[in-house]
Design a protein around this ligand. Structure first.
Ligand code: CA
Length: 179
């Protein structure tokens, strides 16, 4: 069952352009390549290790220089990204990431280097002492991060001072927003 939850979570990453952060979120600007932003997070479960990114990639090989997603230590996905296409005033427009990024962290018009546009991480075990975890307390509901609105008031007021908490798709959840 636990393995199933891990798979569901990874699928959620594929479906969405979607602390104490245990392994750390890194974010930096590369001045040699205008507007390039490195924002990654190592997501680890019992069987899966994945370097996820909120810059257009889903999983990103750049942090390790090796396969971005490993299942039971076997390289499974080297690199992946979201491709989005459409027609604008009769012209085809496509944005994608292959081995470089085309997108950046955060909603359109926001500062990609802002801390608000990082990768957020929560896990079920945090429910025991949620006040200790910044990402639990500051879950980015304004960016669309799903949460349980236990008191039904439409406002995220996290445990323990409030009643609400992030929606746990699996035992561990990372959320990010990029454009
Ligand atoms: Ca509420």
């Amino acid at each position: 069952m636990k393995f199933y939850k891990q798979i569901v979570l990874i699928l959620a990453f594929l479906a969405f352009s979607y602390a104490d952060v245990p392994k750390g979120t890194s974010k930096s600007a590369d001045s040699s390549q205008n507007k390039m932003v490195d924002s990654t997070f190592r997501f680890e479960t019992r069987d899966i290790v994945a370097d996820i990114a909120n810059n257009g990639f889903i999983v990103d090989y750049h942090p390790s220089g090796d396969t971005a997603l490993k299942f039971k230590e076997i390289g499974s996905v080297f690199q992946s990204s979201v491709w989005v296409g459409g027609i604008v005033n009769g012209s085809q427009r496509i944005i994608l990431g292959d081995y470089t990024q085309d997108m950046g962290p955060g909603p359109y018009g926001s500062d990609p280097l802002s801390d608000e546009n990082k990768i957020y991480y929560v896990e079920v075990d945090m429910m025991a002492s949620p006040e200790q975890y910044d990402d639990f307390q500051n879950w980015p509901t304004d960016q669309g991060a799903p949460y349980v609105d236990a008191d039904g008031d439409g406002v995220y007021t996290p445990l323990p001072s409030g009643t609400d908490y992030p929606t746990f798709i699996g035992d561990k959840v990372a959320f990010f927003y990029y454009k």
